[in-house]
Design a protein around this ligand. Structure first.
Ligand code: ADP
Length: 333
């Protein structure tokens, strides 16, 4: 009897073990599949087996995974469409910007030619009239025409320079530049403005007298910084320091003028940005001078910085590493 009872007990135990395994195995398989899905494995599916509750959980899990995959596919195709649209819009905008710059560059070039001719003829007429008596009034009027023509030419030149740089057409031309001669020419061309605002212009040239640079761009940089210093300073002092070493050309233009508020010190290098847009002074420009200056500095591999205090003055510093490398002109993207 005892033997029968032991045998029955062992049989019962084995049966129970099989039952328990049948119930827990599908559950632990399901747990493993869920953890793989949780770790990001794709296309996982649970086997629908085991007790009714386990089969129900497996079915719900499979349905959920299908929905997630479907949503993911939808999102991916949506992202692909949007990326394509954005790329097309960006290309169209770049093309439009290039066309606009080319158009501006062509237009300003066309206006510049007759304007230069008007200026030249007016200058000749003034010279001739100086030998005629009682021509004082006409000379005065022609002087006004000449002054206005010069202003228009300056604005046209700014737009032309900017449009050329934007269209990637401003090339770098390297030659030996006589720094003393360049500085003297720029300074003397600005003399009327220095006198007009009763300023004193001090020039200091140090280091190498000749540098291998793009003379045209350097002239524009010097001219724009000095013109601004003259325009925004009255009864004060403007200092220009050009220091040419073996590795760098440093330019500092400092003035004792109105200064620039801190909040504007980055914005003034953006095109058409002016601190005081209501500025109605005679020599107020169009807000392109510093944008061109910055662009030219960068084209030459250099940089421009500004330090200023409102009511005390401003200091613009340009550093151009030497020798200047001839990089292919790039349109702004
Ligand atoms: P603008 O033709 O108006 O002078 P710029 O691009 O040369 O255009 O300069 C942008 C603005 O920066 C100017 O309108 C002026 O407000 C400010 N600015 C530039 N240089 C000076 C300076 N030396 N002192 C004070 N403000 C300046």
């Amino acid at each position: 009897n005892v033997l029968i009872a032991v045998a029955f007990g062992a049989l019962l135990l084995t049966w129970l073990r099989v039952r328990v395994r049948r119930m827990t195995e599908p559950l632990s398989d399901l747990a493993e599949i869920m953890s793989r899905a949780g770790q990001g494995e794709s296309s996982v599916r649970a086997e629908v087996r085991g007790p009714a509750e386990t089969r129900a959980i497996a079915k719900v899990f499979n349905l959920m995974i299908e929905k997630i995959e479907h949503t993911k596919e939808l999102l991916e195709s949506e992202v692909a469409i949007r990326t394509l649209e954005l790329r097309e819009a960006r290309d169209a905008a770049l093309q439009a910007s290039r066309l606009k710059s080319e158009f501006l560059s062509m237009l300003t070039h066309e206006i510049r030619t007759p304007l230069t001719s008007i200026k030249g003829h007016t200058e000749f007429a003034i010279q001739d009239l100086r030998f005629i008596e009682d021509a004082g009034d006409i000379i005065k009027r022609l002087d006004v025409v000449l002054g206005t023509g010069r202003e228009m030419l300056e604005i046209i030149d700014h737009i032309l320079n900017y449009a050329r740089a934007e269209a990637g057409k401003a090339e770098i031309t390297i030659s030996k530049v006589d720094l003393q001669n360049l500085v003297e020419t720029v300074a003397s061309s600005l003399q009327p403005m220095v006198v007009k605002y009763r300023n004193e212009l001090l020039v200091c040239l140090e280091g190498e007298p000749v540098a291998e640079l793009d003379e045209g761009k350097l002239r524009v940089i010097l001219n724009n910084l000095l013109t601004n210093a003259c325009k925004y300073t009255a009864d004060g002092q403007i200092r220009l320091k050009v220091e040419c070493g073996v590795d760098n050309l440093n330019i500092v233009v400092a003035d004792t003028g109105i200064g620039i508020p801190e909040s504007q010190r980055i914005l003034i290098f953006e095109p058409f940005n002016q601190v005081d847009k209501s500025d109605a002074r005679e020599d107020a420009g169009v807000g392109l001078g510093l944008a061109i200056t910055k662009r030219f500095c960068e084209m030459l591999g250099g940089r421009i910085e500004v330090d200023s205090r409102v009511g005390t003055g401003s200091m613009f510093s340009v550093t151009i590493p030497l020798p200047v490398r001839r990089k292919p002109p790039m349109a702004r993207s």
